[in-house]
Design a protein around this ligand. Structure first.
Ligand code: E4P
Length: 221
């Protein structure tokens, strides 16, 4: 199973990379907006430079999302984003226009991540269009009292039935249990916020056990 980090924060990405668990990064416009101090001075050029910096830290897929809605513009922007670094994956929404863009970008050999997936049919359409990854947003489904992880299970079954090579990238992860369930289901990837990565390491018995070992270690030192 691959672990991506779901952030545009360079410090968080570096810290996760140091743990030796990081296989890639996902960003979206909202995550980018969080790291921008002065929106007046950021803009598209700075966004591209920021994605390039992420690619210097992590040797794996880095998702950068298009910020246009029509297939022609998405395709042009997708080609431009893919030119930043060979590891850039172009994130496109699962809409009619997004599917067209995914198909066109796939035709140019550019990897895409179909985002905002909330149903198995959306995932199936994205896979058929040639998406490299589909991102079911499990946390946002949980938020509306729908079982987010059930969607992941459905997509994995559908892809397995038809031998799609599109990878299932579990997104909108909110807590460690999402990661456990994704792993049990055999999801290819989970993209995890830094806060949840920290939670994955923690266990109260590890803390109390370590306290005891440190006390008893006085006989060794
Ligand atoms: C990942 O690719 C998505 O952008 C992200 O996981 C969305 O998560 P959220 O629902 O916490 O915003």
């Amino acid at each position: 199973m691959k672990f991506f980090i779901d952030t545009a924060n360079l410090d968080e990405i570096s810290a996760a990379a140091e743990l030796g668990m990081l296989d890639g990064v996902t960003t979206n416009p909202s995550l980018v907006a969080k790291i921008v101090d002065d929106p007046e001075r950021f803009g598209y050029g700075e966004f591209k430079k920021h994605i390039a910096k992420i690619c210097e830290i992590v040797d794996g897929p880095v998702s950068a999302e298009v910020t246009t809605l029509m297939a022609d513009e998405m395709t042009v922007q997708g080609v431009d984003l893919a030119g930043i670094h060979p590891n850039v994956v172009v994130k496109c929404p699962v809409t009619i226009e997004g599917l067209k863009a995914i198909r066109r970008l796939a035709g140019k050999g550019i990897r895409t991540n179909a985002t905002l997936v909330f149903s198995p049919n959306q995932a199936l359409l994205a896979a058929k269009a040639g998406a490299s990854y589909v991102s079911p947003f499990v946390g946002r489904l949980d938020d509306i009292s729908t079982e987010g992880m059930a969607l992941v299970d459905q997509i994995l079954t559908v892809f397995d039935n038809y031998r799609f090579t599109t990878e299932v990238l579990v997104a909108s992860v909110r807590h460690p249990q999402h990661v456990v369930e994704a792993a049990m289901m055999g999801a290819h990837i989970a993209t995890i916020p830094f806060k949840v990565i920290e939670q994955l390491v923690k266990h109260p018995l590890t803390d109390t056990g370590l306290d005891r070992f440190m006390q008893d270690a006085s006989v060794i030192q």
